[in-house]
Design a protein. Structure first.
Length: 187
């Protein structure tokens, strides 16, 4: 499993980068109203391109196809699995030879009602008793989101039980100063 993360949102020329990505991804990036969203969309794709080049020697722009829940795969490469994510501060990509998921989320304030709606009883206790509850909440949230992205269903399951329903998943979490990212694969 290869995990790539970048905070270099403003360090590249967007116009040039748009010319270097697939028309499909360019169209997707242009759907973002603001430049930051466009940049994050392009940056996540650039990370995927870098990972595919380094791990598989693939130099052409990947084209995506999507399952019924929107999970992407690379046309012509069913043996390669990947997932992309971005938040205000970073873009992330994970690539593997088996299903994977990744989520990156910024720290933000949250309401107790959101915690109780999305987390199980034990998870709520962990969050509310943590030294930094916002970090613990985002850590658990990224684990759930990465798991759902690996499974390929998106947020269609009961969020409270996602982690307990899939005890066979392995998570790698990194806490940065402004965000958390978690990658997920089958154990």
């Amino acid at each position: 499993m290869i995990t790539l993360v970048s905070e270099e949102i403003w360090e590249f020329d967007l116009e040039t980068a748009m010319k270097e990505i697939s028309a499909q991804r360019r169209e997707q990036a242009l759907k973002f109203r603001y430049e930051q969203g466009q940049r994050l969309c392009v940056l996540a794709y650039q990370l995927l391109k870098r990972g595919l080049r380094e791990a598989y020697g693939i130099t052409e722009n990947p084209i995506f196809e999507y399952n019924e829940h929107g999970k992407p795969s690379i046309v012509g490469h069913p043996e390669i699995f990947f997932n992309l994510s971005h938040c205000k501060e970073a873009a992330a990509c994970v690539i593997s030879d088996r299903p994977v998921g990744i989520d990156v989320e910024s720290f933000r304030t949250f309401k107790d009602s959101l915690v109780r709606y999305t987390m199980g009883v034990d998870e709520c206790q962990r969050i509310f008793s943590a030294e930094r509850p916002e970090v613990e909440f985002i850590r658990l949230w990224t684990m759930k989101e990465a798991a759902l992205k690996l499974i390929g269903t998106g947020i269609s399951n009961d969020l409270k039980t996602v982690l307990s329903d899939h005890p066979d998943l392995h998570f790698t979490t990194h806490v940065a100063p402004q965000y958390v990212y978690t990658s997920c694969e089958n154990a």
